[in-house]
Each structure stands twice: as structure tokens, then as C-alpha cells.
Design a protein around this ligand. Structure first.
Ligand SMILES: [Zn+2]
Length: 480
């Protein structure tokens, strides 16, 4: 193809990517409370507790534990913990389908996939042929094959009935004579009741954690089999990547904090980011180690063991399939929006700065930074600034993160107010609902009328003009 023929095509591609970037993510109605409304009843019916124990008391414990699982999933659906974004869902569901189709005897029915909005680098199976993949792990994955391993691992938990077995074993233990005897001994003893009780519970948790470890390696082994049958190459190195999954907020910034603010033409004083000492409590913490984290704090412990157990099964050098840019773009934005709507403003802003370091230039991130300042000023007005900042424990964050957290805590009210006004006037929004969200935030943060009635009016104006906008989720908080 000659260059002249190629040029219009390139322009079409360029226009497509530009429009793909500014297009909204999902609709408000794609949140799980609405989208899975119909599935909820069928899930309830499918998850009726079986009769497993002759002993009535044990069966009762069993039913309670069983229903607790059902209610946890139904509650998460009602709380909009999941979202059905067509593109992201389609991409992940395609992997699930490939694995299910190639392993029909083990997976006769394609499982129900849920996309969890959490930025945590995790996926989980709930049993009952349902699995959830977090937005955080999609953004973290280096390639399609890595996601396939994670999904195959969760499918294996379902195939091996790990959740159901855990429920069964726990009910069996709670109904056992041994448990009752030890519990009665505790209740009969006058002294040291508390420490004896902890010992009984620990006896249970210890055997459970041993059991969990066994389940994890069983799920890993089966996952490799499922992948092989699906012709998806496996690499044990993915476990080592997973080992670093808690390092996200430990990543340092590429530039001094101040530079990100001056790029927005906002004033920044270094003293805001330095903790003012207040007696003993402000003892300095050394952020020296940015490479490791204690195994006990990790979301995924035992990764090194899992790597060693499976490394012999790794495929030789192959071409790994990168995630489509549009899927990555979406999951990054979904994470930012999730952190914003759950009011974790420091993490939300820090992740925006990290994405800027990676070269993301979409003005949507500047629009969201503006929303963060308005949200923080609003929280300050409601005397809830500290809650909105969302403190993260020092072991999990970088020195830069701590500086940003300190800055959001200490920046004077008047400067914060200036931030809201300056960012609002820079009009980073690209669509009507973004513009209207800015107006709503402006009302919430800056309108002299701080009454609930005024907030309700502004929120209602937003959601009636933008009924399908994902930002309705935010507006609904202020509607009476
Ligand atoms: Zn697992």
C-alpha cells in the first residue's frame, strides 16, 4: 500500500482514537444494581442451601454460612460494586469463553462474569459458577495471557468447589463436639476467658490457613491444565509480578510534586507538603525501602512459592498479547472514577499523577483533578476534609504519596478555594455531562447557599439533564 493510500486510513485511525478517548465510559444504568436486577432472582434460586447434615444444629449453621455468601454477593450487586462496561466486559468474557469452550467437561456451563470496580489487584470466585475480576487487575496485567492465568485460577476454585467446601468444613467444625467442648470449657472457666477463647478460634483459623494454602496450589495446578487445553501459553513469572501488586502506591513520581501543580497553573508552597511537627505523634518515618513489603501485608502472599512450584511448566519464549489501548484507557478511568466516588481523594489524585508519568495526556484526568479539589473543598466545608483525604498506612505508600497526602491535609482553605475556581475556569471538560458535573461541584463547594435544599436542586438539575451519565452516581448522593 502506498503512503498516499495509507494517509486517509491513518487519519481515520487518529480520529477514532481521539474520539475513543473523550467518549464516556459506561452509562449510569450499567451499574450492577440496575444491570443485574433480573439476574438477582435467578441467582437466589440457584443458590438454595443443600441438605448436607443430619444434625439439625449443624445444618442450621451450614444454612447461615451458605446464605451469608449469597447475601454478600447480592449486597455487592445492590451496592454497585460491579459495572457492565461493554468493551471491558467483552474483552474479559472472551477469555472466560475461550477457557470454558476448551474445557467443556470441567466447565459445562460458561460462568457468570462480574467486573468488580475495585482498584485492588485481585480477582475472586464466589462458588456457584460465578467469578469476579477487579478493574485493578485488568489495569495491572502486562498481557492477555497473564489475565487468562488469573481467570483460569479462579475458574479452578469453582471447578474444585473450594468455596462450597470451605463453607461445609466451617459448619462441620462449628457443629462438632470438639468445638462445643472447648467452647464450654471456656465459658465454664472463671479466669482468662478471653485468651482461652482466642485459642479456640485460632485452632480453627490455623487449620483454615493451611487449608487455604493447599487450595491455592491446587487451583494453580489446574489453571495450568485449563490454559494448556485452551492453547494459551503460561508463564510462572506472572506470579512474581503479582508479588509486587501491593507496590502500586509505593511508586515514586517522576517529577517533584510542585511541577504537577504548576502545570495546572496552580500556586504551590513546599511547606504545605511538609508535616508540621506536633509533639511526639509526628515522629519522622523513613520511607527508605521502596522495593519490598512484608509478606503478611501482601494481597497475594506466597507468590515466590507459587512461582517455584510452577516454573518448570512455563512456555518457552512466545509473543505475549498486549491489552487493547482502549480497554486500558477505560480501566484506568474506571479506577479513577471509583476512587473519586468512594472519596479516596489522595489515592485518586496520586494515580492521576502516575498516569501522567506514563504519558497519559487525556484532559479527562485534568478534569478529574479539578473535581478532586472541589470535592475536597466541599468536604472541608462539611468539616470532613480528613475523611475525604483517605489516609493509607505508611508501609504501603511512597514518600511522594505521603507528601501529597500531607499537602491535601494542610493546604489552607483559601488556597484550596482558589484551586477550585482556577481549575473550573480552565474548562477541562469535553462533554455536556462533564460540564454539568463541574457546575454541580461548583455549587456544592462554592455556593454561599449551603442548604440541603440547594444541593438537592443542583443535583436534580444534573441528573434530569443527563439521565444516562455515569456521573449520576455522584449526583444521586445529594438528591433527597
Ligand atoms: Zn486463589
Amino acid at each position: 500500500m502506498s503512503f498516499r493510500k495509507l494517509l486517509p486510513l491513518m487519519l481515520v485511525i487518529a480520529c477514532f482514537t481521539a474520539s475513543a478517548q473523550v467518549k464516556n465510559l459506561y452509562n449510569y444504568q450499567d451499574l450492577s444494581r440496575f444491570y443485574y436486577e433480573k439476574q438477582k432472582d435467578s441467582l437466589k434460586k440457584a443458590w438454595i442451601c443443600p441438605d448436607a447434615f443430619k444434625d439439625r444444629a449443624t445444618q442450621k449453621e451450614y444454612r447461615e454460612l451458605w446464605d451469608r455468601r449469597t447475601n454478600a454477593v447480592l449486597g455487592a450487586l445492590a451496592d454497585n460494586d460491579y459495572v457492565h462496561d461493554r468493551e471491558v466486559f467483552g474483552y474479559i468474557d472472551d477469555i472466560v469463553r475461550q477457557l470454558a469452550d476448551a474445557n467443556k467437561t470441567m466447565i459445562p456451563v460458561k460462568p457468570l462474569l462480574l467486573i468488580d470496580r475495585s482498584p485492588a489487584i485481585n480477582a475472586y470466585s464466589t462458588g456457584g459458577n460465578v467469578l469476579a475480576v477487579n478493574v485493578g487487575i485488568i489495569a495491572f496485567a502486562s498481557c492477555r495471557e497473564e489475565l487468562a492465568l488469573i481467570i483460569a485460577h479462579e475458574l479452578s476454585h469453582n471447578i474444585l468447589h473450594h468455596v462450597e467446601n470451605s463453607i461445609y468444613l466451617r459448619a462441620q467444625w462449628l457443629g462438632s463436639d470438639e468445638y462445643k467442648r472447648s467452647l464450654n470449657a471456656v465459658l465454664d472457666s472463671k479466669y482468662d476467658r478471653y485468651s482461652r477463647l482466642t485459642r479456640v478460634v485460632q485452632g480453627y483459623t490455623f487449620s483454615r490457613s493451611r487449608h487455604d494454602r493447599y487450595q491455592e496450589s491446587a487451583a494453580d495446578s489446574l489453571a495450568v491444565i485449563l490454559l494448556n487445553k485452551s492453547n494459551i501459553p503460561f508463564n510462572a513469572r506472572f506470579f512474581l509480578r503479582l508479588d509486587s501488586s501491593d507496590m502500586q502506591l509505593k511508586q515514586p513520581l517522576h517529577h517533584p510534586l510542585k511541577e504537577y501543580f504548576t502545570a495546572w497553573r496552580l500556586p504551590f508552597e513546599d511547606s504545605w507538603a511538609q508535616r508540621r511537627s506536633r509533639g511526639l505523634s509526628s515522629r519522622a518515618y523513613a520511607f527508605s525501602d521502596t522495593t519490598t513489603i512484608a509478606d503478611s501485608l501482601k494481597t497475594h502472599p506466597d507468590c515466590i512459592i507459587r512461582y517455584n512450584q510452577t516454573k518448570a511448566l512455563s512456555a518457552a519464549a512466545v509473543h505475549w498479547t498486549p491489552l487493547p489501548a482502549t480497554v486500558l484507557d477505560k480501566v484506568n478511568k474506571m479506577m479513577i472514577w471509583d476512587l473519586y466516588s468512594t472519596t479516596n481523594l489522595t489515592e485518586c489524585l496520586y494515580r492521576i499523577l502516575l498516569l501522567k508519568d506514563k504519558g497519559y495526556k487525556d484532559p479527562w484526568y485534568d478534569f478529574m483533578a479539578g473535581n478532586i479539589f472541589s470535592g475536597l473543598y466541599y468536604a472541608d466545608r462539611e468539616l470532613a476534609r480528613f475523611n475525604a483525604i483517605g489516609i493509607v498506612q505508611k508501609e504501603l505508600i511512597s514518600k511522594d504519596y505521603y507528601a501529597l497526602q500531607t499537602m491535601l491535609e494542610q493546604i489552607p482553605r483559601d488556597n484550596l478555594r482558589q484551586y477550585c475556581q482556577d481549575m473550573h475556569s480552565q474548562a477541562f471538560w469535553r462533554s455536556n455531562d462533564e460540564k454539568d458535573l463541574g457546575t454541580l461541584l461548583n455549587t456544592l463547594a462554592l455556593d454561599p447557599d449551603n442548604s440541603d435544599k440547594n444541593k438537592d436542586r443542583a443535583a436534580h438539575a444534573f441528573s434530569s439533564a443527563n439521565a444516562s451519565s455515569m456521573y449520576c452516581e455522584f449526583a444521586k448522593n445529594f438528591e433527597k
